[in-house]
Design a protein. Structure first.
Length: 78
C-alpha cells in the first residue's frame, strides 16, 4: 500500500514503487479521479483500477473490502 499525504509534487520514490507493483488500485473520494489524472499527467503512469466515491461520505471498511475483493480476485471466496 502506498499512501500520499501530499499529492503534488509527486515524489519520484512513489513512482518507482508504483512501477514495481503487479496491480495498482487507486481509492479516491472524488468524482473525477484527480490523483489518477495527476499520475498520468506528471509521471506517465497508468493506474490499473480505480475505486471512487463522491457522495460526501467516507468509505466504510465493508464497502471498500468488497470492491477490493472484486478487483483482486474477482470476488471468489476460494
Amino acid at each position: 500500500m502506498l499512501h500520499f499525504s501530499q499529492v503534488f509534487p509527486i515524489p519520484p520514490a512513489a513512482i518507482n514503487y508504483l512501477k514495481k507493483a503487479g496491480k495498482t488500485i487507486i481509492v479516491e473520494n472524488n468524482y473525477g479521479g484527480q490523483l489518477k489524472k495527476l499520475l498520468k499527467l506528471y509521471a506517465d503512469f497508468e493506474v490499473d483500477h480505480e475505486i471512487l466515491k463522491y457522495n460526501g461520505l467516507p468509505f466504510s471498511v465493508e464497502e471498500l473490502s468488497l470492491q477490493l475483493d472484486e478487483i483482486i480476485d474477482g470476488g471468489n471466496d476460494s
